[in-house]
Each structure stands twice: as C-alpha cells, then as structure tokens.
Design a protein around this ligand. Structure first.
Ligand SMILES: Nc1ncnc2c1ncn2[C@@H]1O[C@H](COP(=O)(O)OP(=O)(O)O)[C@@H](O)[C@H]1O
Ligand SMILES: [Mg+2]
Length: 325
C-alpha cells in the first residue's frame, strides 16, 4: 500500500508503490539474470571510436541496458518517488476518496504532472471509480471539453448542432447512473492552463452536480504554475474556494537527481552506476532538476559515450552534450 513519505528511503522503496510488487520481478532484473546476459558485442575499449556498422539501438546493449532508461515517454514503471511526487499523489487520492470536488497539481513543464495523472489513473479501483483523462489543447472551448469528457465515457453525442445544456444533461445523467452503481466519476484534466474561461466555469458547474448528502464527481486539474496566477482573478473565486487540496511539483534537489538517474538505470537493467559523480553534478547544473531535461541530457550522454566508446559517463561527456541541449 501507499506509505507516508519518508525522506531517507532506500532506492527500492522509491519504486512505484502499487506496481512495485507485481512488476518488480521483470522491471528490475535480479543480479543472476543480469549475469546471464550474453557478452556485450561492443566490449568498450576506452578511446576507440564506435564501430562504423553500429546501429542506433546498440547504445543500449553497449551500456548493458535492456530498454532506454531515459525515454521521454510517460511510463509509470519508471516512477521514482520523491517526497513531492509522493505528497501530490497522496493528496489527490484524499481528494478522490473524501468526495472533495476539485484538486489541483501545479508545476513547471517537465516536473512530472502527467506522470502523476497516469499513476492516479492506474491506482484507482475500477470497482469504485470511473477515471477518465482529458488532455486540453490551447483555447479548448466548453463544447469541445464536454465532447471530450462524453467521448471518454463512451457516451454517444447527437450530431451538431447540439446545445451545451443537452450535453451537460447527458453528463449529469451518466454521473448519477455511475453513482447508483456504486461508482464515482473522476475527471483528470491535464494541461489545464489551456482551459478557456468558459471551460473553467463549466468545470465548476460539473463539480456542482450533487445529491443532498454528497458530491458525485471529482475533478483533478494538472497545469503549469501560471495557472495559479490566473485563478487569483476574482471571477474564479468560487472555483478556487472548492480546491482545498493542492500540490506543487518542484524540480529535483541534487541528491534526488542522483537517485533518480540510478533508479531509472536500475529499472532498465543496469545495476552499477554508469554516470560518475562529476557527470551527475553537471546534469543537475544543466537540467536544473527538471525530470524531462534530466532525461534528455542523460540520453544524449548515453549516445555520446557510445560513440566515443567510453564505458563510464563523466563530466566531459555531459559538457559535450550540453552543446546540443
Ligand atoms: N518522479 C518521477 N519519476 C520518474 N520519472 C519522472 C518523474 N517525474 C517526471 N518524470 C519523467 O519526466 C518526464 C516529464 O514528465 P511529465 O509528467 O511529462 O511532466 P509534465 O507533465 O509536468 O510536463 C517524463 O518522461 C516522466 O516520465
Ligand atoms: Mg504534462
């Protein structure tokens, strides 16, 4: 189960809590499994250039990796539990379980908001919840937003022109229907900073759908820091007042960046550290602790080290990659 954040947890405890048990066996190969891996084709000879016939994916086997540890894809298997991510996850679970209608997670781009939304999506018990994820694009109007929500719920929408009120009625019927079956609608809205004013008011309306004793849905918003500034506008006061629980994701501190890199390598099948201390310090300096930037820089470094035939990534390799960064 999900435990309270403890700052000094061993690396294995920082794994995705729910997926850890069933998935660990293949997510993190045991040492014996690793020792059985066939000999690396390109045995590193320091200084020698990478063979001309090398394929793009060879950089993974060169570094004894089974998958790319620094892919930009949002994959919950790679979820590394920093305290801030832990707190964000736990708070939003509270919002959902305690019938609070709105929750908010903010953070700069690349700090892990979408990943937390995926973690929530996967961890909600389908017997009790109907979670849907909606990705907002710039200036999405309220009709488009409603359509997205209904689509995600698999509800047929009459052909246009269809009045917003009619769609809202379809949604409210669906929410009541779910409730009658012992389930609650949870709407996760990613990139909420793109929501138009009318869409934000629509979210307030949806959060008002209730029966005398309880709220019938929960909406969790994920957006960039600037969204908070927007919420300060007096016209959003009632929306703001409904968000009791918020959480902010921040860039990682140096010590977490070090563990984050180790953890991702471990999940990708590499037990010993590939980046030396000088390299990690350089990554922290250049990426500023932003996960997406760390991933990008580390992946460039894996490729650069492969092309220079270097088995360990040091500061010099990171400096080389910084030029493309
Ligand atoms: N705590 C974390 N553990 C593992 N990977 C993370 C973590 N936070 C962010 N990432 C990774 O960093 C990248 C950017 O994260 P993402 O959720 O897309 O950020 P945002 O939505 O805030 O822009 C993704 O590849 C994601 O998997
Ligand atoms: Mg995102």
């Amino acid at each position: 189960m999900y435990t309270k954040p403890i700052s000094e947890k061993p690396l294995s405890d920082r794994m995705n809590p729910v997926m850890a048990a069933p998935q660990a066996a293949h997510a993190i190969p045991d040492l014996e499994g690793l020792l059985n891996v066939p000999a690396v084709e390109h045995e590193p000879v320091p200084g020698a250039p990478a063979p001309a016939h090398a394929h793009a994916h060879d950089f993974l086997s060169f570094h004894r990796l089974t998958v790319n540890p620094f892919s930009d894809a949002v994959n919950p298997v790679f979820f590394y539990r920093t305290d801030a991510h832990d707190v964000a996850f736990i708070r939003m679970m509270m919002v959902i379980e305690h019938d609070i209608s709105l929750g908010l997670i903010t953070g700069f781009s690349g700090t892990g908001k979408t990943l937390v939304s995926q973690m929530l999506l996967r961890n909600l018990d389908p017997a009790r919840y109907e979670p849907i994820l909606v990705l907002v694009c710039p200036n999405m109007g309220k009709t488009a937003l409603l359509r997205e929500i209904l689509n995600e719920l698999g509800i047929a929408i009459p052909r246009p022109p269809v009045a917003t009120q009619d769609m809202l009625k379809l949604l409210s019927d669906a929410i009541i229907n779910l409730h009658n079956n012992g389930r609650k609608l949870v709407i996760l809205i990613d990139e909420c900073h793109f929501l138009s004013a009318e869409s934000l008011h629509l979210i307030r309306t949806i959060s008002n759908i209730e029966i005398p004793e309880r709220k019938l849905s929960t909406c969790i918003l994920f957006g960039e820091q600037r969204f908070l500034k927007r919420l300060e506008n007096p016209s959003y006061e009632s929306l703001r007042n409904r968000m009791y629980l918020r959480s902010e994701l921040k860039p990682l501190e140096a010590v977490d960046t070090d563990q984050y890199i180790k953890f991702r390598l471990l999940v990708a099948g590499r037990e010993d550290m590939l980046f030396d201390a000088s390299a990690v310090a350089a990554v922290q300096k250049l990426a500023g602790g932003v996960c997406r930037r760390i991933n990008r820089l580390c992946m460039l470094a894996l490729i650069q080290a492969f092309s220079e035939n270097k088995p360990v990534i040091d500061e010099a390799i990171i400096a080389e990659c910084a030029r493309d960064f």
